[in-house]
Design a protein around this ligand. Structure first.
Ligand code: AMP
Ligand code: ZN
Length: 114
């Protein structure tokens, strides 16, 4: 499959790994918007949040456990944001489900552009 993040998981494209286990892989975003900007992805390809179902959703709770652990490790004690973009209106640019873990500065109060 021609998927950038599947290639990153396979080690075919380099990344800066921050965490890995049998279900998930986490690495630094190549274009960070804050001092901490980590992408947490399932190892099994899921194309977006729209494809989450009872068949594959166990990995989602695990991703949030990993996010909480990484937030503690990165000392994001003052807060952080977890975002997943799904589809064209949200600007999803890589079609392998990923959760952005962003923090280390004030992130603003707006969720979306007006
Ligand atoms: P999204 O726009 O929500 O689909 O997020 C895709 C994210 O992947 C963006 O924040 C990109 O900066 C990031 N990204 C794209 N290519 C790479 C790469 N090779 N390594 C790390 N992050 C990447
Ligand atoms: Zn993939």
């Amino acid at each position: 499959m021609d998927c950038l993040f599947c290639k990153i998981i396979a080690g075919e494209i380099p990344s800066t790994k921050v965490y890995e286990d049998d279900m998930v892989y986490a690495f630094n975003d190549i274009n960070p918007v804050a001092p901490v900007h980590i992408l947490i992805i399932p190892k099994k390809h899921i194309s977006s949040a729209a494809e989450i179902s009872s068949e594959n959703s166990a990995v989602i709770s695990h991703i949030f456990e990993v996010a909480a652990k990484l937030a503690k490790e990165k000392e994001l004690d003052n807060g952080f944001r977890i975002v997943t973009n799904c589809g064209e209106d949200a600007g999803q640019s890589v079609h392998h489900l990923h959760f952005h873990l962003i923090g280390g500065r004030f992130l603003g109060l707006k969720m979306v552009e007006e």
